[in-house]
Structure formats: structure tokens, C-alpha cells
Write a protein that binds this ligand. Structure first.
Ligand code: FE2
Ligand code: FE2
Length: 435
């Protein structure tokens, strides 16, 4: 981590910085010294690619992030434009995101249709946050757009639950910055097509902690948004990460942000319609508080009748995904059965039991769905029938959901093993291979 004084800057952060400097001017705002007293850069120097090695070779007397200023940083106008785009492209999300129908007219906080946009426009951000947020323009602005969507959903839920005004303000800051910790991870590990190793998972599951430290120790946006960022992957039932704490021990802003993150993840894959919302709610319910679940159900019910404009997936692709999902469930089941009870270590036994219980929940969720409740051959035949559009979409959604939950189970299991005493780890790691 580069945000601690007397640490070397993080190589992935520096790479993003160099990439950013190709588009925006990034200047040093103070003299930068190594911890052995060498002046590495003077104030007012422009960051360029040839400085990369110099920045990476030395421990610095203060965090690099605090010594930089970016020109043409993300501003209120750009955030407004992104909100408009989301509202125009996904009008079915208006109830969920606190965006009234028809985004025209005054953009003041007094205008009810624009209330969530008003929070985004007035969010207070320091220079560190602005730099990190502006780096979200990478990958064609994907990370920044995701941050805005998560913020809008969190605000929509918060408003529905009538949370206090200051919580909405903290949510806005935290929502925009919730994934800044990802800037410190090898970008390849975040590619959805990359097969993540257990070692790489450790880096991924640490990104909320990295984000928390950046906001709390390097930047100055306040303790509440930083805490919400730390908690944005925790779950109500304690199945989240990085700490696996119960929802009652997390902040309201953190839980709302975690909920928004889950929903945004689902929306990424396809649109919201009644069926999709039903499947999502069933799958997500153990991870959500009853109040948030009720608010979410209320928001999603208002999207009924507004179908997503996602195109129907190809039947052959969906049939293959179903076969793969069913096979995966059988394989994990068999592997867990093989490992069960072969340890004398009580901690490892408890861990095996926990993983088995969580896996059973996923399997039960699959069996409760339409495609999961019938023999594979029957569903495959039905998928190829004419007029099977509904079943095709449902099957695609179910497969996405189940595989997503299996990935989450792996993440949780890796975290549990990482926190076990060292003498348990070889045996417990053996169990991870089952996942
Ligand atoms: Fe996120
Ligand atoms: Fe995240």
C-alpha cells in the first residue's frame, strides 16, 4: 500500500496514474522525498511515463496520492451527464434510483424528480478523492459509471427508508468512491473472463480495506463514508467480506451500499423485470436486513411491467450454461462430501460444516427455480421449443445467479482460511480446492 508514509507507492496505482497522465495533466503539489532524504520530484512537475521507475523505487515520506493534482477532474457536470445517461438508457430503474420519470426541468434539490442528482452534484470531495475518482474514467468510463449507478441505488433505498440527511450525504461520497481500492489490484484479476487464483482472490477481497485506508488515512472525506466503503461487501448474515461481520455490526450506510453493490452487479448482467427481481430477491435475501429487503421489494415492484431491453440470449448458449451449472453443483457436492469428516481438527471441521451449509443453500436455491426443478434433459428440450423465450431468459438468469453465488462462496471461504491459525491452513486449503 502506498498510502502509508514510508511505504513504496503501489505499482498498479502508479500504472493508473501514468495512464491518466496521458489524458489529463497531473502535477505534483509539493516536493516529493524518499525516506532517506533524497528529493525525487519538485513541486509543479508534470507526471510522465519516464517517472514511473523513480516513483516505484523509493519509500516516500508521505503518500504519493496526497502530493498530486489532476486537471479536468470529474466534476458536477460530468456526474450529472452520467446520471442522465443512466436514466435515459435504463428508464425502468427510475424508482430504484430515486430518479423521477422525465428528467427535464430544474435540477435543484427542491425538485422532487431530481433529488438524487442533487446529492451527486454537491458531494464534497478532497484532492485525493478527486484523483481516484477521475481514474474511474479508465476502461471507457466503466468504473465511474458503476460508481454512479451504485450511488443512485443506495440513495434510492436510503430515501425509501427515510434515513437521516447526513447518512444520504455519506452514502453519496462512499458510493462514488467505494471501489477505489481496486486501483491497487492487478487489473487483469478484475477482468470477468480471467480465472482468478486463490492468491488473487486475497487481493480482491482486500479492496474494501484498501479503500477504507485511502479515505480514512490519506484523503479527508470523513470517517462515516470510509466505514461504509470498508463494509460494502459485507452481508447481513455475515457471509460477506473482508471481515465477515453480521449486518447488525455494520453501519446503515455500509449495508445500503452493500445492497446497492449487489443490485448493480445483477443489473450489469441483464435488466430488471418482475421475474428477474423475484429470482434476485430469493437469492439475495439472507444477505439483506428485513427492512432493506422490504424497501428493495417495494422499489422493484414499481418496475413491474417495464421489461429490460436486453436481447434474449441464444438458446444454445443458455443450454450449455445450464448443463455447466448443474455439473458444477454435482462436482462441488461430491468434492465436499469427500472432504467432510476427514479431519481431527475441530476448527477445520467447523469450517467444512459451514461451507457445506452454505453450499446446500445455493443448491436448494437452484432446485427451487423452474429450470432447476426438472431433469436437465427435459429443460434442455423445453428450451428448444418455439415460444420458450421466458424459459430461456429465466434459465440464463438462474445460471448467472447460481454461478455468482458459488463465486461468492469461494471468496468467503478464502477469507475464512486466511484468518485461521496457520496450523489449520494446509488442511483447510484442501477444502478450497472443492470449490
Ligand atoms: Fe462496486
Ligand atoms: Fe467492491
Amino acid at each position: 500500500m502506498s498510502q502509508v508514509a514510508h511505504a513504496k507507492p503501489n505499482a498498479h496505482f502508479v500504472d493508473h496514474l501514468i495512464e491518466l497522465s496521458a489524458e489529463n495533466s497531473v502535477l505534483t503539489t509539493c516536493d516529493i522525498y524518499s525516506d532517506s532524504g533524497i528529493k525525487l520530484l519538485m513541486r509543479g512537475v508534470e507526471i510522465t511515463p519516464h517517472l514511473r521507475e523513480r516513483l516505484l523505487q523509493h519509500r516516500l515520506t508521505q503518500p504519493l496520492e496526497r502530493c498530486l493534482e489532476v486537471s479536468d477532474a470529474v466534476n458536477a457536470e460530468e456526474l450529472s451527464k452520467l446520471v442522465r445517461q443512466i436514466a435515459e438508457e435504463r428508464p425502468e430503474l427510475s424508482a430504484l434510483c430515486g430518479l423521477g420519470a422525465g428528467l427535464t426541468g430544474t435540477e435543484g434539490r427542491s425538485d422532487k424528480r431530481w433529488w438524487s442528482l442533487a446529492y451527486l452534484r454537491s458531494v464534497p470531495l478532497d484532492s485525493v478523492s478527486l484523483l481516484l475518482l477521475t481514474m474511474g474514467r479508465r476502461n471507457n468510463g466503466g468504473p465511474l459509471r458503476h460508481a454512479v449507478l451504485v450511488t443512485l441505488i443506495a440513495l434510492g433505498l436510503g430515501r425509501r427508508l427515510r434515513v437521516p440527511e447526513d447518512t444520504l450525504c455519506h452514502l453519496t461520497t462512499a458510493g462514488l468512491l467505494h471501489d477505489v481500492g481496486e486501483l491497487y489490484i492487478d487489473p487483469q484479476t478484475l477482468d470477468p473472463n480471467h480465472h482468478v487464483t486463490i492468491r488473487e482472490w486475497r487481493g480482491i477481497v482486500a479492496h474494501p480495506v484498501v479503500g477504507f485506508k485511502l479515505l480514512n488515512e490519506v484523503g479527508g472525506v470523513g470517517a462515516e463514508p470510509a466505514r461504509a466503503v470498508l463494509e460494502h461487501h459485507e452481508r447481513w448474515d455475515g457471509s460477506g467480506y473482508p471481515r465477515g461481520v453480521l449486518g447488525k455490526d455494520t453501519s446503515l450506510a455500509g449495508h445500503l451500499l452493500a445492497t446497492a453493490e449487489m443490485i448493480a452487479g445483477l443489473l450489469n448482467k441483464s435488466g430488471v423485470d418482475t421475474r428477474r427481481a423475484g429470482i434476485a430477491l430469493k437469492a439475495l435475501s439472507p444477505g439483506l436486513s428485513p427492512e432493506v429487503l422490504a424497501a428493495l421489494g417495494e422499489s422493484l415492484s414499481q418496475t413491474q411491467g417495464s421489461h429490460a431491453h436486453a436481447t434474449l440470449p441464444e438458446v444454445a448458449v443458455v443450454a450449455a450454461a445450464l448443463e455447466q451449472t448443474a455439473r458444477l453443483l454435482v462436482q462441488v457436492d461430491q468434492a465436499l462430501t469427500l472432504h467432510r469428516g476427514d479431519s481431527d481438527n475441530a476448527l477445520v471441521q467447523a469450517f467444512a460444516h459451514e461451507i457445506q451449509e452454505r453450499f446446500n443453500l445455493i443448491k436448494a436455491a437452484f432446485l427451487r427455480t423452474g429450470p432447476g426443478s426438472l431433469p436437465l434433459a427435459d429443460v434442455t428440450a423445453l428450451l428448444h421449443e418455439p415460444d420458450a423465450e421466458e424459459l430461456v431468459q429465466e434459465t440464463a438468469d438462474v445460471c448467472d445467479e447460481i454461478r455468482w453465488r458459488l463465486r461468492e462462496l469461494t471468496r468467503t471461504a478464502v477469507m475464512r482460511v486466511a484468518h485461521m491459525p496457520e496450523y489449520c491452513q494446509p488442511e483447510a486449503s484442501g477444502l478450497l480446492t472443492a470449490l
